[in-house]
Design a binder for this molecule. Structure first.
Ligand code: ACO
Length: 363
């Protein structure tokens, strides 16, 4: 290489580098947006009337104490959480038109995985035939989906991934004891999914999250057997230890204070007042809990998305199912606050600016 060629190639490199930095500056900051929602609930509907023939309860008690009229149950034998998760994810892919080969990861938030291992997300990836994605489950009970969205947002913002399917799915009927009236009336099955992806558009996408898990919840909400502390045995099965155990009143109190205070914290951190909030999409555990949270925050119920009456508590699926149901009313640029509370106790709130007009999306 002579002197002249060397100077030319140094100049070329300099121009390339300058071009790269100018381009970087003109590109906006990468944020993570929700670009579409899918959902699935099984066909079988378990009504309060049917439940009152199974245990000593009534439509009146369930409606006034919890606000649930009916819940969907995955009744077919041999089908688990991944079946519903896959259906919800497929719908989200179809609605957004996202190329399945462009999916970098699938996260499934669930308390009722198909198996202890492998992850339910890996089953979903196999069934969807995704070729370029990795899979993992996230366990944070009813707060799982909200946490998983934030994990996905972080992976997108740091540039590691560009498009992720986040799923909240639970077959709560597989761990509900249909001889225990205190718990079995509360739960249902379902799945919701969102596509989260990178965007350089300003004024939309994930803004903030405030999460806490205080570790006080174990005695009040857990499944006694089936884990490594108390593996399955004849004893655990005959003593009905593989079902949800819950001290309802304590959970109720913690849920109201935690979700309420978490929403207030997110508003404060982002300089928002109640008037700036277009929608709160809460975990749907009990209508009275949601009402009490709204009161604590000082928001009217018209701005809280509630669908517990038709689905019950589907744990990880309640928030995406509420988004799915409410999608047509969500408008680009609106301020949406999510809040959840679950076993652990895992809780928090997150703040998104909605990224598209939901009424323009075909269901
Ligand atoms: N039908 C009729 N009576 C009932 C029923 C029922 N299904 N369930 C309980 N009762 C009775 C009780 O036996 C009790 O009777 P008693 O006064 O004769 O003893 C009475 O109703 C009151 O019971 P409470 O438990 O005090 O009722 P409460 O108003 O607290 O409602 C509930 C119970 C609905 C469970 C409520 O406490 C609650 O919603 N807690 C929070 C649930 C929750 O959010 N769970 C977290 C998510 S789960 C997860 O993370 C996997």
């Amino acid at each position: 290489m002579n002197c002249h060629t060397l100077v030319m190639s140094v100049e070329g490199c300099f121009l390339l580098i300058t071009h790269y930095f100018i381009k970087r500056q003109s590109m906006g900051k990468i944020n993570a947006i929700i670009s579409g929602v899918g959902g699935y609930v099984p066909d079988y509907i378990l009504t309060n009337e049917e439940l009152s023939r199974m245990v000593d309860t009534s439509d009146e008690w369930i409606m006034t104490r919890v606000g649930i009229k009916e819940r969907h149950i995955l009744a077919e034998e041999g089908l688990g959480t991944s079946y519903m998760a896959r259906k919800a994810a497929k719908q989200a892919l179809k609605k957004t038109g996202a190329d399945p080969d462009s999916i970098d990861a699938v996260l499934v938030a669930t308390t009722t995985p198909d198996y202890k291992f492998p992850s339910t997300a890996s089953v979903v990836i196999g069934k969807l035939g995704l070729k370029n994605a990795f899979a993992m489950d996230l366990s944070a009970a009813c707060a799982g989906f909200m946490y998983a969205m934030d994990m996905a947002a972080s992976m997108i913002k740091c540039g590691r991934c560009r498009r992720i399917i986040v799923i909240g799915a639970d077959k709560m009927s597989s761990i509900a004891d249909y001889t225990d009236r205190q718990t079995c009336v509360l739960f249902g099955d379902g799945a919701g999914a969102v596509i989260m992806e990178a965007s350089e558009e300003e004024g939309v996408g994930a803004q903030d999250a405030f999460f806490r898990t205080d570790g006080k919840g174990l005695p009040f909400l857990h499944m006694k057997a089936g884990g490594s502390v108390c593996p399955p045995s004849h004893f655990t099965v005959s003593h009905r230890l593989h079902y949800i155990y819950q001290e309802g009143r304590t959970v109720f109190r913690y849920a109201v204070t935690s979700m309420g205070d978490d929403v207030l914290e997110v508003l404060k951190r982002n300089g928002l007042t109640n008037d700036d909030v277009d929608w709160v999409i809460p975990h749907e555990a009990n209508y009275r809990i949601i009402e009490a949270v709204a009161k604590r925050v000082g928001l009217p119920m018209e701005r809280i998305v509630v669908n517990i009456e038709r689905y019950g508590n589907t744990s990880g699926a309640t928030i995406p199912l509420a988004m799915w149901d409410h999608e047509s009313q969500l408008k680009k640029g609106q301020n949406v606050i999510f809040t959840a509370f679950g076993a652990g106790f895992a809780h928090g709130a997150s703040y998104y600016k909605w990224a598209y007009d939901g009424d323009k999306v075909a269901k």
